[in-house]
Design a protein around this ligand. Structure first.
Ligand SMILES: Nc1nc2c(ncn2[C@@H]2O[C@H](COP(=O)(O)OP(=O)(O)O)[C@@H](O)[C@H]2O)c(=O)[nH]1
Ligand SMILES: [Mg+2]
Length: 355
């Protein structure tokens, strides 16, 4: 991880609108969909850059800047080929980011655009001395053929980014239905909006500089969301439901810090808030996990809990890199620190594994 020359104190923006200092870079189809949803909700995050190969990804997007990469010119669409095309647009991308001090790069890592271009954008942003947090949407378990790219792109991103927020699509879908994406994206956008500096009335939030400080780590941060169902006043049920998702993605005992944001329909007393959030310690961490909280009231007719926890040294997706699985993690043969190019050449191993 590269050191930054500026300090976190340079991010205490308290007025609405961070201008171009905080940028959201959406890469690929999934990244574009989530960023578009976020831009509808967030009053604070104003600067969006969409980097994608398919015009349809941004057809309904009105706010933002666009770098559309024409993947048809080469007829190739491997992550490696797409990254090569993106590299040709490097000056344009740098121009869009030149005023930014903090960048969130959002992408689904299961696809060719996301897995090819998102790690490269992360690297570019870091080289521009920008604090860079990757928000990665990980493929569903049933998308087996996408796990290889996702696993190797995740490894590269983690090695470079100042922070990684991991979203496990499996844990956001109520049911594995084909049209689940719209519902998932709404939940993800709600969660990101609440965590990255929402400033509505009747709301307490954790300041953005504290969130960035929280994220700044070599470990993974994982985001989960759930609600209380019909029982709007069962605040702790919402927290426990959201907490129950972590166990399938990470070793929950590793959690060292968490941020919980509750969205409730009605006002909630301090006692109710503290007791509902307090029960999280029984599900995450080893008894010493710190918890910060935020609260929004008057928005919904159910209670939704957004939980981001950090401190995880690995996730289930680290096993998605089949090179590690086949060659072992100890030798020089794993891909850590190497270029994606070499991982692309190793697809034959994936095919063997999937049989
Ligand atoms: N959360 C979410 N995930 C998506 C969405 N669309 C696709 N995905 C996931 O993201 C992965 C990459 O897909 P996509 O973004 O279409 O690929 P790309 O455009 O080539 O980067 C897929 O494997 C899916 O798991 C979406 O709208 N929301
Ligand atoms: Mg796509």
């Amino acid at each position: 991880m590269l050191k930054l020359n500026h300090t976190l104190q340079e991010y205490p923006y308290s007025h609405p609108g961070y201008g171009k200092k905080v940028a959201v870079v959406a890469v690929g189809t999934a990244g574009s969909k989530v960023a578009a949803q976020l831009s509808k909700q967030s009053r604070l995050l104003e600067h969006y850059l969409y980097v994608t190969c398919d015009e349809a990804d941004v057809a309904n997007v009105t706010k933002g800047e666009f770098v559309l990469i024409d993947a048809l010119v080469t007829g190739k669409s491997s992550p490696y080929a797409l990254r090569g095309l993106a590299e040709e647009r490097v000056n344009e991308i740098r121009q869009h980011l030149k005023e930014s001090k903090l960048v969130f790069v959002i992408s689904g890592l299961g696809g060719t655009v996301g897995s090819g271009i998102a790690p490269w954008i992360v690297r570019e942003a870091i080289q521009m001395n920008i604090m860079t947090v990757a928000i990665v949407l990980m493929p569903f378990a049933f998308e087996k053929q996408k796990h290889f790219f996702a696993g190797s792109a995740l490894k590269r991103i983690r090695a470079m980014a100042h922070g990684v927020i991991l979203i496990d699509n499996d844990e956001f879908a109520k049911q594995p239905v084909v049209d689940a994406n719209a519902e998932i994206n709404e939940k993800i956008a709600l969660a990101l909006n609440k965590l990255l500096g929402s400033s509505e009335e009747r709301e307490i939030t954790v300041a953005l500089n504290n969130v960035v400080n929280f994220l700044r780590s070599n470990s993974y941060s994982v985001l989960c969301v759930d609600d209380s169902g019909q029982e709007a006043k069962e605040y702790s049920k919402a927290v426990m439901n959201a907490a129950s998702h972590f166990g399938k993605t990470v070793d929950t005992s590793e959690a060292c810090k968490s941020i919980v944001h509750l969205c409730t329909g009605e006002s909630i007393s301090m006692n109710e808030l503290v007791s509902s959030i307090g029960c999280l310690s029984s599900r995450l961490g080893n008894g010493t996990m710190s918890i910060e909280y935020g609260l929004s009231t008057g928005l919904t007719n159910t209670t939704t809990a957004v939980i981001m926890a950090t401190g995880f040294s690995k996730t289930k997706f680290d096993n998605y890199d089949p090179i590690d699985a086949v060659l072992g993690k100890t030798g020089k043969n794993n891909l850590e620190g190497q270029d994606l190019d070499s991982s692309v050449n190793c697809q034959f191993i994936l095919q063997n594994l999937e049989c």
